[in-house]
Design a protein around this ligand. Structure first.
Ligand code: GLN
Length: 501
């Protein structure tokens, strides 16, 4: 494997700047890696070598001409396939959108292009980002590079595995209930869900609009920060986009200091119910933070007990409404049933054939929760719980600058293990969902291999809304402490994949 593809994004941009390497060379090295390993990992639904190399060649030309370029110009990236791209199909992991090429680029995609970052391809995901394992993708699951029999997390398992298997230095994910952070946790990578509104959702195929947020996936904290700095910012196309800038995440990631910082351990998200190996790594991380001068306090968030229940009413309710537009009329799949093809029958046949089981389950649940007889009892109650969770966070952040927990209860499970048990699948998100319900930012960073399963573990860091910089400051400081002890990066513990082709 080319040495280049193992490097951090922050190192690669220096090599590009000094013209020791060209963007075409770097992009090609990643495409070669994909040709060698993606038959096994299946991170991508679509690879676009021509478009990526053309974008790379354009950056190289501009650099040679002495033009001023963006700091990340020439660095290739992979994008989750629920963001619209005009030069590649966008399926959101669903048969109902198979082959659809959008008429416009998502704002985030526009920003990547404007920064001169070649887009390598579109990554796999659970259908419409519903799931925790990518097994609900209509195009087959992605696999975890640490163990190909195991899931790479979901819904953004394509974006986590593409970075963990060195097919891309960076990737874009989306996180509605943990789909950036959970995949990061199980693949030994870094993922951030920014503050709601920090990154424009324009062109993101909506799952649940009040919870969705786009964010970076990377192999270390500084790289994630560099990417968040590219994609963040106000967008008039997204009415929920924040008007103000949240500052430079890269600057925050360079401080490497946690002295005097109050770190709150969420009582409800540790101890019982968490795998012993995951808890052991979590406690070690706490010890490191304490030794570096942070003050560890315990915080109580009693309403978190109801977070999953509230989420699985609010999300299906919003999703059932968002997915109503896939009606066979305007774009995507159209199935004409036998007999008289009335509009209702065509719609029904299309949705029957186009949507998978998890999507149907949630549409039914959401439609029921919003129906006039049950609206108050279900949707109304869930919204009240949402407020209680926000209040728990407010109280916790009065006592602590950041909150921490293990990112998830268990390390990566085997493909197929939870497929027939929706509730078991939903429980993976117990620690990540509260942040989406409250709109606050969260990050998962690796903190070693859990000894009981020999698989990656990770710690989640949460900050108040607009406090994204704190995540990068604490995350980078902790990562630095880990790397000092290990003598290498977390990703360097991952097994080499067998190269074919
Ligand atoms: N696993 C969660 C779900 O199935 C989270 C999904 C997401 O963040 N997109 O809803």
């Amino acid at each position: 494997m080319s040495e280049l593809i193992r490097k951090n994004a922050s190192e690669l941009v220096e090599l590009l700047k000094s013209r020791e390497i060209s963007s075409v060379e770097l992009t090609q090295a990643h495409l070669d890696r994909t040709a060698a390993v993606d038959g096994d990992v299946h991170s991508y639904l679509h690879v676009g070598p021509e478009a990526a190399l053309a974008a790379a060649a354009e950056v190289d030309r501009r650099r040679a001409a002495g033009e001023a370029l963006h700091a990340l110009a020439g660095l290739p990236i992979a994008v989750k396939d629920n963001l619209t791209t005009t030069d590649a199909p966008t399926t959101s992991g669903s048969k109902i959108l198979e082959g659809w090429v959008p008429q416009y680029d998502a704002t985030v995609v526009k920003k990547l292009r404007a920064a001169g970052m070649p887009i390598l391809g579109k990554t796999n995901l659970d259908e419409f980002a519903m799931g925790s394992s990518t097994e609900f993708s209509a195009f087959g699951p992605s696999r975890n590079p640490w163990d190909l029999e195991r899931i790479p997390g979901g819904s953004g398992g394509g974006s986590s595995s593409v970075v963990a298997s060195f097919q891309a230095p960076l990737a874009i994910g989306s996180d509605t209930g943990g789909s950036i952070r959970y995949p990061a946790f199980v693949t030994g990578t870094v993922g951030t869900k920014p503050t709601y509104g920090a990154v424009s959702r324009y062109g993101l195929i909506a799952l649940a609009s009040s919870l969705d947020q786009i964010g970076p996936v990377a192999r270390n904290v500084l790289d994630a920060a560099l990417l968040q700095d590219v994609i963040a910012g106000h967008d008039p196309h997204d009415s929920t986009s924040l008007p103000e800038s949240l500052g430079s995440m890269a600057d925050a990631a360079k401080k490497l200091d946690v002295k005097g910082l109050r770190v709150g351990v969420i009582k409800q998200l540790s101890g019982e119910g968490f795998q012993p190996g995951v808890s052991a790594r979590f406690n070690e991380s706490l010890e490191l933070l304490k030794n570096a001068g942070a003050e560890i306090v315990e915080v109580d968030c009693p309403s978190f007990e109801y977070a999953i229940a509230a989420y699985y009413l609010i999300l299906p309710a919003e999703a059932s409404s968002n997915l109503a537009k896939f009606d066979s009329v305007r774009f995507g799949l159209r199935v004409t049933p036998e007999g008289t093809p009335t509009i209702e029958r065509v719609m029904a046949a299309t949705r029957e054939a186009g949507f998978g089981p998890e999507v149907k389950r949630r549409i039914i649940l959401g439609t029921y929760a919003l129906s006039s007889g049950s609206y108050d009892a279900f949707y109304g109650s869930a919204q009240k719980v949402r407020t209680l969770i926000q209040r728990d966070f407010d109280a916790a952040f009065a006592k602590a600058d950041v909150l921490v927990s293990p990112t998830a209860p268990n390390t990566a499970f085997k493909l197929g293990e939870k497929l027939d048990d929706p509730l078991a699948m939903y429980l993976n998100d117990i620690a990540t969902i509260p942040a989406n319900l409250a709109g606050i930012p969260g990050m998962s960073i690796p903190n070693g291999v859990a000894e009981d399963t020999n698989l990656p573990s990770g710690i989640q860091i949460l900050a108040p809304a607009r406090g994204d910089a704190r995540l990068y400051q604490v995350g980078a400081a902790l990562e630095h402490m880990h790397e000092e002890i290990w003598g290498k990066r977390m990703i360097d513990f991952a097994p080499e994949l067998e190269v074919r082709g």
